[in-house]
Design a protein around this ligand. Sequence first.
Ligand SMILES: Cc1ncc(COP(=O)(O)O)c(C=O)c1O
Length: 391
Amino acid sequence: MSDLQTRLIHHPYTPPAGFAAPQPGVYKASTVIFASVAQMRARDWQQKKGYTYGLHGTPTTFTLEERLCELEGGKQCVLGPSGLAAIAIVNLAFLKAGDEVLIPNNAYGPNKALAENELKGWGISCQYYDSMNPADLAARISARTRLVWLEAAGSVTMEFPDLPALSAICRAKKVTSALDNTWGAGVAFAPFEVGVDISAHALTKYPSGGGDVLMGSVITRDHALHLKIKAAHMRLGFGVGANDAEAVLRSLPSIELRYRAHDGVARALARWLKTRSEIVQVLHPAIEGSPGHENWQALCKTDAAAGLFSVVFDDRYSAASVDRFCDSLKLFRLGYSWGGPLSLVVPYDIASMRDASVSAWPYKGVLVRFSIGLESEAALRGDLEQALAKL
Ligand SMILES: Cc1ncc(COP(=O)(O)O)c(C=O)c1O
């Protein structure tokens, strides 16, 4: 190689002095340079003593980790490349062959699919439990149970469990509990006040807020648990890109404002849909008559219920007819995920997604889930009205 190349590589660089802007910079690195072997040896990626390697943290990701701890009331955080990766990190940190994991019957589907496939293949068994019945969880915990997942509200069907009761059972039985806190997002309630050990969060949703980033976090208050999570995280090689971390850092300060804006419109539309003859059940934790409404009332701030809800159509409407309703929507777009500015809709066949022997799905009609974005209530209601007319 030419000398020019060497000179370009070794060109001196020091970050700008006196540049005291409050926005964190985007620091990218795989390699971090040490001044000496002694310094190299003194640093410790697991104890977060200084910078060691890009995969284990940069000033950008460390800042994001600290702010997420602030959001959720935790002490230590690891970041992963998606919300599902955060779930996988927790599973791989705490489960080994012969162990059992308990997952709510209404949990986020890919959490169950990971347990049914990879975990089972590695000799880790899984059981589903009825998260709306704490006695069912208590009865299923055995000497082999090492991890219990909690989720509030339940994915898609939106039942809101009694989280303090469920985590008290885990504590009494000395089993680690992990909450999928994506719905609450650190805004609706304080996860560690509920008594859970771990909070996993799909930052893809409200923390990112733009529908353009995939990321997840795993937060704890307990240093020993964190060290196990950090070790699994390191061995799996789950890093996140600095640009993505910076995108979440930019959105984080507005999370509460956005969360309440999504919530206000979602609640108004859910209430209105409750009055429609086409709908037999509205599933929204903050709406009276929705499963677990009392648990939501007891735990959450009254103005904090996310922007997500589902409805069950009367079974006089066939699946094809409900598909036509979804296809007719113009502002609501067909697509997975939530937490961004664009409203989304997905029809689900719930009976095929849960184990009926644990908690049967009581409805015959099709369920449709709405993720409310940041459009106006009037515009979204108009869109729903015109699509209902096409049923
Ligand atoms: C409740 C819940 N947890 C976790 C995830 C996974 O997040 P990601 O899409 O970032 O993998 C999702 C995604 O939809 C979710 O709804």
